[in-house]
Design a binder for this molecule. Structure first.
Ligand SMILES: Nc1ncnc2c1ncn2[C@@H]1O[C@H](COP(=O)(O)OP(=O)(O)O)[C@@H](O)[C@H]1O
Ligand SMILES: [Mg+2]
Length: 343
């Protein structure tokens, strides 16, 4: 079998990003992303939702996947290529055609002084998607806009300030689709939109996955849309992925005490209907980044002695991976008996 046929679409292999923070005259290191490992299969498009409170490292991870930031440790691989080994030309001509970003603020991507169609034409030309004949470009752009529920007639000649937030985000997604990418990395793409528009954008990602076979990394701090849109969910806490697996398992029956905490504000999670209400994760200011042992130990009601000085293992159980000593069968049950049962 051909080696490249077996390569995953994306492999994030034990990746960390270390930043330095200044403390008086010295600097202190911390891991904004700490030993993240995620694989997205090439033959099965999926939506991977990444959730976590503000500062958990979601954007830093996204920036590394997009090649905007190099990892301090570990390797990112797209198809059969290591990102760090791609030349600028390969990045430009190949990688950025395959992997497209969608950001939080749709207007930030567009200059207020340029007509919005300028960006669409530019992308078509840069990636030589069709010939430069106006008629062909217009037809192609119209086709792509229709995939996000717009037509070129609605957009052509207009300036960004003439579009609503929802329309602008649709255009931003359409622009990402022009290159026929295999992976879209969307960092908080709906957090600036009204609740009513959120679901329609999230539904669009689902449709694109089903019909265009695009995989999407959907980053959000909104659990409702993560549950609704995500095939899989990864929960981040201070740089760690603490729980990852199918959305039903991870958000429907969370095992990590942190994920369980997130769920507390949500009364029922039995059906997707009940998840439609927006739920924000609490922002907690702590020095959890640099703590030894488990980063959640200071907030965890199940904390054990071992958690203070040791990094929890990734345990595979009940259809997901969970980074927690509670599920480590080698820990003596006498320690765990001290734990109060969950609810
Ligand atoms: N370039 C940088 N230099 C130093 N610290 C950074 C940099 N970028 C992000 N951080 C810090 O890394 C942590 C994770 O940030 P980020 O990835 O933006 O999290 P999230 O997207 O989950 O809110 C935060 O504490 C943030 O302040
Ligand atoms: Mg962010």
């Amino acid at each position: 079998m051909n080696q490249s046929a077996k390569s995953p679409l994306l492999k994030i292999d034990d990746v960390s990003k270390i930043f330095h923070i200044r403390e008086g005259f010295s600097t202190k290191e911390f891991h904004a992303v700490d030993s993240a490992t995620v694989t997205i299969d090439a033959d099965k498009p999926e939506i991977l939702a990444i959730v976590g409170e503000s500062g958990s490292g979601k954007t830093t991870l996204a920036r590394m996947v997009l090649g905007m930031e190099d990892p301090s440790v570990g390797v990112l691989q797209y198809k059969d290529r290591v990102l760090a080994e791609l030349s600028n030309k390969e990045m430009r001509n190949w990688f950025y055609k395959e992997v497209q970003p969608v950001f939080q603020d749709p207007f930030a991507a567009f200059s207020p002084l340029k007509r919005i169609d300028h960006y669409l034409y530019e992308t078509v030309k840069n990636y030589k998607m069709v010939s430069r004949k106006n008629k062909e470009m217009d037809k192609y752009i119209d086709q792509v806009l229709q995939e996000v529920g717009l037509t070129f007639a609605e957009i052509k000649g207009r300036y960004p300030n003439e579009l609503s937030g929802g329309q602008a985000q649709r255009v931003a997604i359409a622009r990402a689709l022009i290159t026929k990418p295999s992976l879209i990395v969307a960092d908080e793409p709906v957090s600036m939109l009204d609740a009513s528009l959120r679901m329609s954008v999230v539904n669009m990602f689902r449709k694109l996955k089903d019909e265009n076979e695009v995989s999407v990394i959907y980053i959000t701090h909104d659990l409702a849309t993560a549950f609704y849109a995500g095939d899989r969910v990864a929960v981040m806490l201070r740089g760690w992925i603490v729980e990852m697996g199918p959305a039903e398992q991870v958000l429907g029956n969370p095992l990590h005490p942190y994920t369980q905490n997130l769920k507390i504000s949500i009364p029922t999670i039995k059906s997707s209907e009940e998840w439609k209400e927006r739920v924000d994760l609490a922002v907690v200011e702590t020095d959890e980044y640099t703590r030894t042992g488990c980063k959640f130990a200071g907030r965890c009601k199940h904390v054990m002695d071992i958690c203070h000085d040791n990094i929890p293992p990734n345990i595979v159980t009940e259809g997901r991976t969970v980074k927690c000593f509670l599920y480590d069968e080698s820990i003596e049950s006498s320690q765990k008996e001290m734990i109060e049962p969950t609810s």
